[in-house]
Design a protein around this ligand. Structure first.
Ligand code: ARG
Length: 454
């Protein structure tokens, strides 16, 4: 069993069951880099506060830098018997530099270490995921640009509603992704990894020394973080707060919901019944029994993952409910859902960015659906409005016309002018031909201006 960061007041060893039950190393090892970075700031604070000598500082800083490099290069291996990543790094530093490392934990607690690490991780991950959302947005814009003239049947209640340009339709996903990227960017800016909370009450070191140390370390490491790492303002709130986790999980759940809707559209469009698109083989899988099958598994998994994303959000919201201030061990359980949601969303954004440009539209199947006269009923009602008929009356007139067409199994386009005139004197085949046209229908929607987002 690796050395613990506590133990003096205990007369017995921890029960092995609790040892295993309470260990967080398996999850929080993901935070190794942030934890070492936090320690680099902390030793600099200790030096500013004259709590360590210049030689001790050099030894500690040098040792931490080596650990930092090992993590970056992938050669860092955790000791599985450590209680958590904080203990593991402390033990590694002790092995590297000896007794000087024993001074590292002055004026800090794992309570402020963990929130620093998670905030730092969350800040970077939000920025990264935001960039991936923008990348997907650009790929979708590419598809729109390539198929600018394509018109599709649009649906409400999954029933034919009105014809719509692909540009107008797909731009909805651009808007969603732009909001997602903005949400993540704002979140990244708002998260404040802070030093100096101690366990909860603050430390005996002057706030100015924290600010000075942060500046120094950023300069030395060539980091741009001097405007992103802070001396703590409210230590009680800092160690108690997991709002930023909940906000990140919420932003990720919303992205997951958006992506699930995009995937559902693509799944439906790729069915034999619709046949609007063909998905690339590289993003589909087959059946072990039915040789003909090509299934949109990638899209289904993205749709399915939404359950996990919502579950992760709910689990942290519920875990935080009613917790007394300040830190409680319950809060250790925030990381698994947080890491899981970031991984899911990053993977999904990357997969879709590859999949979307490979979609092939089947124009013949789409045009066949555009022949459905019901798609133009609203346009026809509006034509009557332009002739001065009240919309409610126009709605009834066209409703009657559609009912007559369905009941007698005769297409409106095939009716005589006399038949049409029975419904309204303004109706004749010349008008029908002009209005029952997808290009005319789309062009007549003058209120919409789908934005180009990239
Ligand atoms: N592993 C803990 C967490 O993730 C941090 C350790 C704090 N433990 C403690 N007993 N104060 O929240």
């Amino acid at each position: 069993m690796a050395k613990k960061l506590w133990g003096g007041r205990f007369s017995k060893k921890t029960d092995p069951l609790l040892e295993e039950f309470s260990s967080s190393l398996d999850v929080d090892k993901e935070l190794a880099l942030y934890d070492v970075a936090g320690s680099c700031f902390h030793v600099s604070v200790l030096k500013e506060a004259n709590l360590i000598s210049a030689a001790e500082y050099r030894a500690m800083y040098g040792g931490l830098k080596q650990i930092f490099q090992a993590i970056k290069s992938g050669t860092f291996k955790v000791d599985e018997s450590s209680e958590d990543i904080h203990s593991d790094i402390q033990n590694k530093l002790e092995k590297k530099i000896g007794t000087a490392a024993l001074k590292l934990h002055a004026a800090r607690s794992r309570n402020d270490q963990i929130v620093f690490d998670v905030k730092f991780y969350c800040k970077e991950s939000c920025a990264e995921a935001g960039l991936l959302a923008i990348d997907l947005l650009e790929r979708i814009q590419g598809v729109i640009d390539k198929s600018e003239d394509l018109i599709l049947p649009g649906y409400t209640h999954l029933q034919h509603a009105q014809s719509i340009s692909l540009k107008n339709y797909f731009s909805a996903y651009l808007e969603m992704l732009a909001r997602d990227a903005e949400r993540l960017k704002n979140l990244a800016v708002s998260i404040r990894p802070s030093l100096g909370s101690g366990a909860l009450a603050g430390t005996n070191i002057d706030a100015d020394k924290y600010a000075k140390a942060i500046k120094n370390v950023c300069k030395q490491l060539g980091l741009v973080y001097d405007k992103h790492i802070f001396a703590v303002e409210n230590s009680v709130d800092n160690v108690s707060d997991r709002d930023f986790v909940i906000e990140a999980l919420s932003a990720l759940a919303i992205i997951g919901m958006h992506l699930s809707r995009l995937c559902e559209d693509l799944i439906i469009w790729s069915t034999k019944e619709f046949g609007f698109i063909e998905l690339d083989d590289a993003f589909c899988t087959g059946s072990s029994l039915m040789p003909q099958k090509k299934n949109p598994d990638s899209l289904e998994l993205i749709r399915g993952n939404t359950g996990k994303l919502y579950g992760n959000l709910m689990s942290v919201l519920t875990m935080m409910k009613g917790l007394p201030l300040t830190y409680n061990r319950d809060m250790q359980l925030d990381k698994e859902p947080l890491f899981s949601s970031f991984k899911i969303i990053k993977d999904e954004l990357k997969i879709l960015a590859k999949l979307i440009p490979t979609i092939k539209f089947n124009k013949a199947a789409i045009e066949k659906q555009l022949e459905d006269e019901s798609l133009y009923a609203t346009d026809l009602a509006h034509y009557l409005v332009e002739k001065g008929i009240a919309f409610k009356d126009a709605h009834t007139i066209i409703g009657n016309l559609v009912r007559f067409s369905l009941k007698n199994n005769i297409a409106i386009k095939k009716m005589s002018d006399e038949e049409l005139a029975q419904f309204s004197k303004y109706l004749n085949q010349g008008v029908i031909k002009k209005i029952f046209d997808p290009v005319y229908s789309v062009k007549s929607k003058k209120s919409v201006k789908p934005r180009k987002l990239k």
